[in-house]
Design a protein around this ligand. Structure first.
Ligand SMILES: C[S@@+](CC[C@H](N)C(=O)[O-])C[C@H]1O[C@@H](n2cnc3c(N)ncnc32)[C@H](O)[C@@H]1O
Length: 207
């Protein structure tokens, strides 16, 4: 995830970009496009995913598409952003508009993947558009990770696995503590370091 927020002086530029993109029918400016974090999540999922798969916060749907095509698994991609759900559908993935795990029933999935919005963001610098939803993890960087971990055990079938991407910017140890509190054991599947962050995909299984 590239943090280019310094290029923006608040919500104005983003709103103008999103509005223009929408008028032209272009979703790219308002949907997170595959980046190095997406690639790492896909790599982990190709190794560890099984059964029925849900990718939460699917963005472009690219990760879910890799899983469906690479492993021959049924994959659903959900996102708060309706433009993202539509883009996932265009990739042949079932795209669903959903806030985290809210609409999904208990034990519905064997694998749940999530590359969350994780950049710690000063509340005064929130800019309130779809790209903020894709990037900002609130002040701690963990504001989406916490409710996700609180609820993911509900939708996970017995023997299921959660693949969660964690950035060093978000606080690796803090996320591990939340994982433990939610009743999961964590094991790193893939890890890669970049100039400003280290990204790890954790496989979470019930203890
Ligand atoms: C970092 S992007 C990851 C996109 C894609 N999974 C990838 O790896 O390329 C995070 C995604 O989470 C979505 N998102 C943010 N808040 C959400 C929520 N409450 N429920 C579902 N999705 C959410 C954003 O719209 C965005 O598409």
């Amino acid at each position: 995830m590239t943090d280019d927020r310094d290029d923006h002086d608040g919500r104005g530029d983003h709103d103008r970009d999103a509005g223009l993109a929408e008028r032209r029918g272009l979703d790219e400016a308002v949907v997170y496009q595959p980046a190095e974090d997406s690639g790492l999540l896909a790599e982990a999922a190709l190794e560890a995913a099984h059964g029925r798969v849900l990718e939460v916060g699917t963005g472009s749907g690219w990760v879910a598409q890799q899983i469906a095509e690479g492993r021959g698994l049924d994959a659903v991609g959900s996102d708060l952003n309706p433009h993202a759900a539509r883009e996932a559908n265009e990739r042949g993935v079932e795209g669903v508009v959903a806030d985290l795990l809210t609409p999904f029933r208990a034990d519905a999935f064997d694998t749940v993947c999530f590359n969350p919005p994780y950049l710690p963001t000063d509340p005064d610098n929130e800019w309130d558009d779809w790209m903020e939803h894709a990037l900002s993890g609130g002040e701690s960087g963990r504001e989406l990770i916490e409710p996700f971990l609180d609820d993911v055990g509900r939708v996970l079938a017995p023997g299921g696995v959660v693949l969660l991407l964690v950035s060093s910017l978000t606080g690796y140890d803090e996320v591990l503590a939340l994982v433990e509190d939610a009743g999961f054991a964590a094991e790193p599947v893939v890890e890669e370091s970049f100039p400003f962050e280290t990204l790890t995909v954790l496989a979470l299984r019930r203890e």
